[in-house]
Design a protein around this ligand. Sequence first.
Ligand code: ADP
Ligand code: ADP
Ligand code: ZN
Length: 213
Amino acid sequence: MKIVMLGAPGAGKGTQAKMIAAAYEIPHISTGDIFRANIKNGTELGKKAKTYMDQGLLVPDELTLALIMDRFTEPDCEKGYVLDGFPRTIAQAEALTEALRETGDSLDCAIDVEVPDEDIVSRMSGRRACLACGGTYHIVFNPTKKEGICDACGGALSIRPDDMPETVQKRLQVYHEQTQPLIDYYKREGILKSVDGTQEVGKVFASIQAILA
Ligand code: ADP
Ligand code: ADP
Ligand code: ZN
């Protein structure tokens, strides 16, 4: 199964993608997580990506595509995958369609998690992330058992530097300009499904399971 998650920053793509990955035993591939791991490890790619990410801008397609095409060569991708945060531009979506077509393959569906901009800022300001395992929590909507400590791995939680309100506004603007057009792209491809992302986490997941059933 090959799935793409669409939606604004903070819509809950990562939260749902992790649940899909666990339920369907496919890898969860988040380009944002891969960039953050590179930043943490001080790689050249991480240094380049950070200058864009800190400003709420997209990392250039060239860098992003090289990274994801390399990830697809890993053996776990044979089972399929759930892509979270990729593609984010029409050029990325076209490159993905083309890469799959070359092997006679295609995506099964693109799931758009719909959340209005008004709800996004409160989601982002309460988001807490575990850099060690990629776990994502919310101080109000999805708190950890112990404050500041990841339930999954015991790592320390932190606030992402790009979750500051000014940067969130910029990311929302970038989303509307560059990523939202993907909704029409996948509608034309005939594989778009939408879910109401304002419901609680478990209900959003139930809607997704109904789509994938
Ligand atoms: P969110 O989950 O809040 O949408 P992500 O973790 O997916 O955030 O992405 C964080 C940042 O990483 C983005 O703002 C962007 O700078 C960069 N990034 C992630 N994926 C891509 C991509 N496919 N293309 C370009 N930039 C990306
Ligand atoms: P994205 O990957 O789209 O940027 P996340 O999955 O990281 O989004 O979620 C953003 C924030 O909102 C996190 O703090 C997360 O715990 C919280 N969140 C996710 N889904 C929901 C939901 N359905 N209701 C309320 N909060 C949610
Ligand atoms: Zn963790």
